[in-house]
Design a protein around this ligand. Structure first.
Ligand SMILES: NC(=O)c1ccc[n+]([C@@H]2O[C@H](COP(=O)([O-])OP(=O)(O)OC[C@H]3O[C@@H](n4cnc5c(N)ncnc54)[C@H](OP(=O)(O)O)[C@@H]3O)[C@@H](O)[C@H]2O)c1
Length: 341
């Protein structure tokens, strides 16, 4: 089958940082599904793994952890899907990704594709939806109850990116929180408002000052999607006593953070890593497939909207490299996708 892979970790400006390859198609076994991939999306994890995959690899590392496609065949223990089912999923970063014509995936990580979305629009959604959902509803335990949350608020740092775009919607539509997002450009600010943000703060300014300017006297929850160390002090200042903070991005080793800043307010600090369930094969890993199927119903009911903003053509090394370059620019608004022929 055709795929795009990495033989050598190279900067995105190198034309062979990604290569078109021909590799054997995988076979589904156990609880796996063999999926005919129809569309994929790209996330910062792809560019990070491209840069750390290694050099002169004998077998190419296949990237890609956002997929929409059709079940081609199922493993002997599969119980939840059958050939012909339309599915979408993020998958498992410890396994080959979906930048290929066919892909095998544990069915517990797979959701039914939203019927109302094209494969391309559906492929834009799994990884970011899982991240935002797990971060807010599982790690921070935000009740999905607008009545309970009517006086509560959340600050989403990095609101216009892939995760932020769906996080704003989930926080507003499902939790009924007052949502403050950050963005630094007119077009990313506008996008955050379209996603449902009540106010947008400029993260190029001091966030504490931006809060004062917007009459925000603290927030109950903070979802920090970028710049963990950069915003550490501001977050300690802005969060309310007994609030909750969720992080999704590592700090750099040269940027230690002082956890004590959050003690006076008894803030609960938690991490979200959306590959935890797959990586450790946790007993509840089927929750991820269930979450995606639940989100699919919300897309179909018009409660949530997809966040695809760009289409980079068919899957090829050339097109995928352009997509990686866009992600690496740090200026993504919503999500980009590629079709798979
Ligand atoms: N732990 C996990 O499970 C998990 C899951 C998904 C993603 N992640 C990580 O989370 C990060 C965000 O992912 P993503 O998919 O949302 O990325 P993305 O789509 O590439 O994010 C782009 C957005 O980031 C904003 N941004 C850039 N620099 C910023 C800064 N210094 N401060 C605030 N905002 C800034 C930009 O807003 P403006 O243009 O308005 O400045 C842009 O709209 C990545 O590092 C990714 O690897 C982790």
């Amino acid at each position: 089958m055709k795929a795009v892979g990495v033989h050598n970790s190279l900067p995105v400006v190198e034309p062979n940082a990604l290569e078109d390859v021909d590799i054997p198609a995988p076979v589904a076994s156990g609880r796996q599904l063999l999926v005919r991939v129809r569309a994929i999306s790209v996330n910062p994890v792809d560019t990070k793994i491209r840069m750390t995959a290694g050099s002169r690899l004998d077998f190419p590392r296949i990237l890609g952890w956002d997929c929409a496609g059709i079940v081609e065949s199922v493993g002997e223990q599969s119980a939840d899907f059958k050939p012909g089912d339309q599915v979408y999923y993020a998958g498992d970063v410890t396994q080959p990704g979906c930048n290929s014509q066919f892909h095998v995936i544990d069915e517990r990580l797979v959701g039914k594709k939203p019927a109302s979305l094209s494969f391309e629009d559906a492929a834009a959604m799994p990884l970011t939806t899982i991240t935002a959902w797990e971060a807010m509803f599982e790690r921070m335990g935000i009740p999905m109850d607008p009545e309970t949350n009517k006086d509560r608020s959340i600050l989403i740092i990095g609101g216009a990116g892939g995760v932020g775009s769906i996080a704003i919607q989930l926080a507003k539509k499902l939790a009924g929180l007052k949502v403050y997002a950050t963005a630094s450009r007119p077009q990313s600010e506008q996008w955050c408002r379209e996603m449902g943000a009540d106010a947008v703060l400029n993260h190029r300014e001091e966030l504490e000052d931006e809060c004062k300017r917007n009459g925000i006297e603290g927030v109950d929850y903070i979802l920090c999607l970028v710049g963990t160390a950069q915003y550490w002090r501001a977050m300690a200042d802005i969060i309310r006593p007994q609030g909750k903070l969720c992080l999704i991005v590592d700090t750099e080793s040269n940027q230690p953070v002082n956890i004590n800043l959050f003690k006076p307010k008894s803030v609960a600090i938690t991490w979200e890593f959306m590959f935890t369930r797959a990586r450790f094969q946790t007993a509840d890993m089927a929750e991820q497939g269930a979450l995606l199927t639940r989100a699919a119903a919300l897309f179909d009911q018009g409660e949530l909207r997809h966040t695809r903003t760009e289409h980079y053509g068919d899957l090829s090394a050339t097109n995928l490299l352009k997509a990686h370059a866009k992600l690496e620019s740090g200026s993504m608004i919503g999500k980009l996708v590629l079709s798979v022929a």
